[in-house]
Design a protein around this ligand. Structure first.
Ligand SMILES: Nc1ncnc2c1ncn2[C@@H]1O[C@H](COP(=O)(O)OP(=O)(O)OP(=O)(O)O)[C@@H](O)[C@H]1O
Length: 686
């Protein structure tokens, strides 16, 4: 018997029968099945992604139009596991004929084909959110858009046809509705229950009660879950406000709490300039397509007009390197010649792309933003000069805040009750870690232990007495040394809230030695301590690791810039902590002198009959002189700093009194153990 023969079996399919089921897959069908790729992998994230896509679009549109953005976000519960999210802006609005395509067709947008810094890049975001809503609730997307105060607004209810990836308009027999301008329109809106803010709020500082002249509102009903804490809508909006100090957001949460994040500046970020691709970033395949599609006749014309930084001289050098004449017909190059052209491009010295296509937040605004949201003692920021990866310009900036109260001490008991009832964590320990940024496992253990809650206690089943004990422990336990660094990641001003460990930003932080800057850190982890670090990558094309735009890919050029920016703020933090340590030591010494001064003065006066008060004053003067550093002001440059004052050199110190320092644990955690300091000095010497 031969063993290499396949067992006899009936032929199951033929090429012909298989051909019957082979057909094109629509992009919408693909993403409907793979919704996790777009950030719709669970109901909680689906709500966040929907709001994020709409808010990012609003900010992009306002900035592009030169309008100071005002955004309304309204989240309302419409049933068990069902929410309605409405996002409105005061942007330029959208032309009537474009509305169905933008909201009812995947991969349709204005940003994909251009090299210019913006939040959106792919043209999937908002239509995917609408599709998710439709699939999970059957409800269409509702859009109102207005381009001028004098013209009618347009109202559409539409759904995406996932088979054809095309929009279907549902209202007014497929034509959509026009809402008249002015009073008549306001009546129409009220009568038909259309969701649209007609006016700015009466207490809006700059535009109280003014009618909204233009803007867009999208309303999507979807299967979702609302929960605060890490990765929530609330966190996204708060972090968006930090990185976009020019936006005002009115946020109505599902419990009808209205929160307003007011802008701190009316200055829009400078307009980024659109650039052409840089020759170094173009791969052979792309070069072939570009040559096929070009309207230029000569190869020299093609090179100078399709790419940035290619002058006639550079084009000639490239052509010479490839042994092709500059006047050769661009569309007639064969594959071999294109390959040579590609290699010659790589070997020709071409200057870096221009960098006015990327706009940093800037050190001053970074400090302002951080200071508004993170209460701390010390802030600093650093913006790196632009660099290039794969031909794409990018820039890294970092802000750091040190000190201040721990998140667990900032909440009220009522909020704690709400958070506990919303949580789906299985244990209280897990709840604490998931809900409070920077709270490490050790601190969560300390809190649960102190509140005497069993390790397996479920957060939603706590009795009032147990909630009281938990609240008490959260307020009183000193967990500053157990805190881990809170990392806020941003790409083109958009907060990145997921896939932390896959992101180049987190990897750069964990790969650095923070102990040399006075923080404790176990190898390969984020450092410990009451520190918040905000890292922003701005680029014409952010290399995300997936379509849901959650993590930045680790290109070596990006890693290098991240490291340099983090080191810049790390050094400033190190200086601050060292000075603070010195002040504390001297304050400790002075307090010991003061303890005995009175007794010594009395004894001296008894022995030699001198004036006790004079002896006391003299001794006091000596004590003060010997411990003069205790009065040192905690500034980089030795200047006296008023609270909240911003320095020119991008450091902000909110002064602490000497008493505060004496009562506060040191950077390394304990107030009376100086072993950590020794380690710190040693690291500095290295
Ligand atoms: N609120 C708005 N105001 C004006 N134009 C808008 C608004 N929302 C969307 N658009 C337009 O619709 C297009 C498609 O938006 P969509 O969210 O689908 O993709 P994107 O923002 O281009 O990219 P991404 O998928 O990366 O978010 C945008 O490129 C923009 O031109």
């Amino acid at each position: 018997m031969t063993t290499d023969q396949a067992p006899k079996s009936k032929r199951r399919a033929t090429a012909e029968s298989m051909a019957k089921s082979q057909r094109e897959i629509s992009v919408s069908e693909f993403f409907a099945k793979n919704r996790h790729l777009l950030g719709f992998d669970n109901p909680r994230k689906a709500l966040l992604t929907t709001i994020k896509e709409a808010v990012d679009n609003s900010l992009d549109a306002c900035e592009e139009a030169g309008i100071v953005p005002e955004i309304w976000v309204h989240v309302e519960q419409t049933g068990p596991n069902r929410y309605k999210a409405g996002i409105q802006d005061n942007g330029p609005g959208i032309l009537k004929k474009q509305i169905p395509l933008i909201f009812g067709k995947l991969l349709y947008g204005s940003k994909f084909h251009r090299l210019r810094m913006s939040r959106g890049q792919q043209g999937i975001g908002i239509s995917a959110a609408g599709m998710y809503g439709l699939l999970t609730t059957g409800k269409p997307v509702k859009i109102v858009s207005k381009v001028s105060i004098r013209k009618p607004a347009h109202y559409y209810e539409l759904r995406i046809n996932t088979k054809t990836n095309n929009p279907e308009i549902l209202n007014n027999k497929g034509d959509g509705e026009d809402i008249p301008a002015g009073q008549e329109g306001h009546k129409y809106i009220a009568k038909h229950g259309i969701e649209w803010e007609t006016h700015y709020p009466a207490d809006a500082p700059e535009t109280p009660g003014k009618e909204l002249a233009h803007g867009t509102r999208v309303t999507i009903e979807l299967e979702a879950k609302y929960q605060r804490g890490r990765g929530s809508v609330d966190e996204y909006l708060e972090q968006t406000a930090i990185a976009n100090p020019h936006v005002t957001i009115h946020y109505m949460d599902p419990e009808n709490n209205l929160r307003t994040y007011n802008r701190s500046t009316r200055q829009l970020p400078p307009e980024p300039v659109e650039i052409k691709p840089h020759p170094y970033g173009v791969e052979v395949g792309r070069l072939i397509t570009m040559l096929k599609d070009t309207s230029e006749t000569t190869i020299s014309g093609f090179l100078t007009n399709s790419f940035s930084r290619v002058s006639n001289g550079i084009a000639k050098q490239i052509c010479d390197g490839a042994k092709i004449g500059t006047r050769t017909h661009a569309r007639k190059l064969n594959r071999d010649e294109i390959e040579k052209l590609y290699h010659s491009i790589q070997e020709t010295k071409i200057s870096n792309p221009s960098t006015d296509c990327i706009v940093p937040i800037g050190e001053e605004l970074l400090l302002k933003g951080m200071h508004q949201v993170v209460p701390a003692e010390f802030y600093c920021a650093a913006t790196r000069p632009p660099a290039v990866y794969r031909g794409n310009p990018f820039l890294i900036e970092v802000a750091l805040a040190y000190g201040g109260s721990v998140e667990t001490t900032k909440i009220t008991k009522d909020l704690l009750k709400e958070l506990l009832s919303e949580s789906d964590a299985r244990t209280v320990r897990q709840f604490l870690i998931n809900t409070f940024n920077g709270l490490g496992a050790d601190s969560a253990d300390k809190i649960t232990k102190s509140s005497k809650l069993g390790a397996r206690k479920s957060p939603s089943k706590l009795k009032p007495r147990e909630i009281d004990a938990l609240f008490e422990a959260m307020q009183n336990i000193n967990i500053s040394e157990g805190q881990s660094m809170n990392v806020l990641r941003y790409a083109n001003r958009v907060p990145l809230q997921f896939s932390q460990s896959a992101c180049a930003i987190t990897q750069s932080i964990t790969g650095m030695n923070w102990r040399s800057y006075g923080l404790t850190q176990s190898r390969g982890n984020v450092p410990s301590g009451p520190v918040t670090v905000m890292v922003h990558m701005a680029s014409v094309w952010v290399p995300f690791t997936s379509e849901s735009k959650e993590a930045v890919a680790s290109y070596p050029e990006i890693q290098k810039e991240l490291r340099l920016a983090l080191q810049a703020v790390g050094r400033k933090l190190g200086m601050f902590l060292r000075k603070r340590q010195l002040v504390k030591q001297q304050a400790d010494r002075r307090s010991i002198f003061l303890r005995y001064l009175g007794e010594v003065a009395t004894a001296v006066s008894d022995i030699n009959g001198s004036d006790r008060q004079k002896v006391y004053d003299d001794l006091m003067a000596v004590a003060q002189k010997k411990t003069a550093e205790a009065d040192m002001k905690l500034t980089e440059s030795g200047k006296l700093v008023e609270e909240n004052e911003l320095f020119g050199d991008n450091v902000l110190i909110v002064e602490k009194s000497t008493e505060d320092l004496l009562n506060r644990p040191s950077a390394n955690g304990s107030s009376d153990d100086d072993s950590g300091d020794q380690e710190f000095e040693e690291m500095e010497d290295e």
